[in-house]
Design a protein around this ligand. Structure first.
Ligand code: NDP
Ligand code: MG
Length: 402
């Protein structure tokens, strides 16, 4: 895509949303905000809409709309305020926007990401849960509607950058020619070296203190448990049409090598950079050109060394569970993602000990394995399966804080 882009940033008040607005503001000659969306932070949404000149904002309900109006200064012309989940999907498909940044957290971001793909937009996909829950549906929508899919998750963006030019199909149906393996790197999170026996009393603040990346709370916990890397293995499977056994995970504590592609001839291509999401975001916004992102120089001499090691699946059971779910099929992936969202939310609200997170996922996967298999060809099928898995997982989580 060349020329001027009007962008809808869905989930603008989050970590990815903020970084996206930062990059957009650096390029007023070629990028403009068309729409923003938020779920709870209406004051921040109002500030962002004022600063970016957004024409549309999307909020979840009438109460949020009132709070948005209260936060809006008198005498400034209001943007159009749209309300509800269907308005999110409509905005993603709006003919007045060219590019959609899908940066809502969780499966809640699936319908709008899918709507953007079905409308043939350039889709900058940060929301990995959408692919985990509905990979085949989403990739088929990209193919069938001529959308342009650019992965924003740093590992997948790195792999995309390392793949051969001729194989940059938006939604491939087979692995790129000559590729042997994809190697996803993982920092190992804040508890990489902790004795698992010490993890029981971990607090949300400790789990969210990621050593290298500054991110939203849900993905920070996912990084600590390595459920995030598990979701990313499933994401890589769909994005690059890569079978499970050709996707490897390596712990790399410095988070400088963002991922690698190994070729049949033994060559391994890697993408390196500072751990700052503005690099993959600028790549997605500028593709195929390169845009300034505000990210500084990578000082490899300061790092001196880069370390790699195999992950220990006993220490990080969530990663093994994700590999199992990918082997079991899409229904299991939906159950894995739903259970993880429920468990992480309960942990963040002091209703579940940290060490119970993998147990809730494992129990939900077991429950799912005993269910009759269903077809998942429509969004409604996926959402119904997701709702059933959430209800089951919620049953194994206390309703009030202990
Ligand atoms: P944040 O929690 O920081 O932001 C989430 C955004 O989604 C906020 O704008 C929030 O609104 C909105 N939101 C939350 N719940 C809903 C809902 N039910 N309906 C509509 N909107 C909702 O998350 P991140 O920015 O960290 O992550 C966003 C996505 O990007 C995730 O899928 C994550 O896995 C992925 N990602 C993030 C990375 C990072 O570095 N942060 C790296 C790679 C991928 P509000 O704040 O107003 O409540
Ligand atoms: Mg990532």
């Amino acid at each position: 895509m060349s020329g001027f882009q009007r962008i809808a940033v869905l989930g603008s008040t989050g970590s990815i949303g903020e970084s996206t607005l930062d990059v957009i503001a650096r390029h007023p000659d070629r990028l403009a905000v068309y729409a923003l969306s938020a779920h709870s932070r209406m004051e921040k949404l109002a500030q962002q809409a004022r600063a970016s000149g957004a024409r549309v904002v999307v909020v979840p309900d009438d109460a949020a709309r009132q709070r948005f109006f209260q936060a809006w200064p008198d005498r400034t012309p209001l943007p159009e305020v749209r309300v509800g989940a269907s308005a999110l999907a409509d905005t993603a498909a709006d003919p007045d926007c060219d590019t959609v940044m899908a940066a809502i957290v969780g499966a809640a971001g699936l319908p709008s990401a899918l709507a953007a793909a079905r409308a043939g937009k350039r889709v900058l996909l940060a929301n990995k849960e959408a692919l985990v829950a509905a990979g085949s549906l989403f990739m088929a929508a990209v193919r069938d509607h001529g959308a342009e899919l650019l992965p924003i998750d740093s590992e997948h963006n790195a792999i995309f950058q390392c793949l051969p030019h001729g194989d940059r199909a938006a939604a491939p149906t087979r692995p790129a020619a000559g590729v042997r393996r994809l190697i996803l790197t993982a920092s190992g999170g804040p508890f990489r070296d902790r004795d698992p026996a010490e993890l029981h009393g971990i607090t949300p603040a400790q789990a969210c203190a990621h050593p290298n990346w500054s991110m939203g709370r849900k993905i920070s916990v996912d990084s600590a448990t390595m459920a995030n890397k598990g979701l990313e293995v499933i994401e890589a499977h769909w994005l690059f049409a890569m079978p499970r056994e050709r996707i490897e995970v390596l712990i790399h504590p410095q988070s400088v090598v963002h991922s690698m592609v190994e070729y049949e001839d033994g060559s391994v291509l890697a993408q390196l950079g500072q751990p700052d999401m503005r690099t993959p975001i600028a790549y997605g916004l500028g593709f195929p050109e390169r845009l300034a992102s505000g990210v500084g120089l990578l000082d490899l001499a300061r790092w001196g060394r880069l370390d790699f090691e195999k992950p220990d699946l006993r220490r990080f059971p969530c990663l093994g569970l994700a590999f199992d779910a990918l082997s079991a099929g899409q229904g299991a992936c939906i159950a894995l993602n739903a259970a993880n969202e429920i468990a992480v939310d309960a942990f963040l609200h002091d209703r579940l000990p940290y060490t119970r997170i993998p147990q809730v996922i494992a129990e939900t996967l077991e429950w799912h394995a005993g269910r009759p298999s269903v077809t998942l060809n429509h969004l409604d099928d996926v959402l119904a399966e997701d709702a059933a898995a959430r209800a089951h997982a919620a049953g194994s989580v206390p309703a009030v804080a202990s």
